[in-house]
Design a protein around this ligand. Structure first.
Ligand SMILES: [Zn+2]
Length: 85
């Protein structure tokens, strides 16, 4: 029996939120929070309060929502008010 060399694969599943650059204030304070229960993604800048919500598509990750967020901002389509439910 050959000894298999085990590959050391470290899967670190972090719960830490990734922060992205805010297109409005230019700080690294944008957080994309995936809410699977509500089926949506909240993208919020904790510094200037710029926020957007997107419905969660299959395989959509926080970073995808962030891309939409930035796109919307640069196309002048960014919602200034937060959506309150
Ligand atoms: Zn900001």
């Amino acid at each position: 029996m050959g000894r298999r060399r085990r590959k050391v694969v470290q899967v670190v599943r972090r719960k830490l939120p990734e922060l992205y650059l805010c297109p409005k204030c230019g700080k690294n304070t944008v957080k994309a929070t995936v809410n699977k229960k509500k089926g949506r993604v909240a993208v919020i800048c904790s510094d200037c309060g710029l926020s957007s919500y997107y419905s969660l598509d299959t395989n959509m990750a926080g970073v995808d929502a962030y891309c939409l967020f930035v796109d919307a901002f640069y196309s002048g389509d960014a919602p200034e008010e937060s959506v309150v439910e």
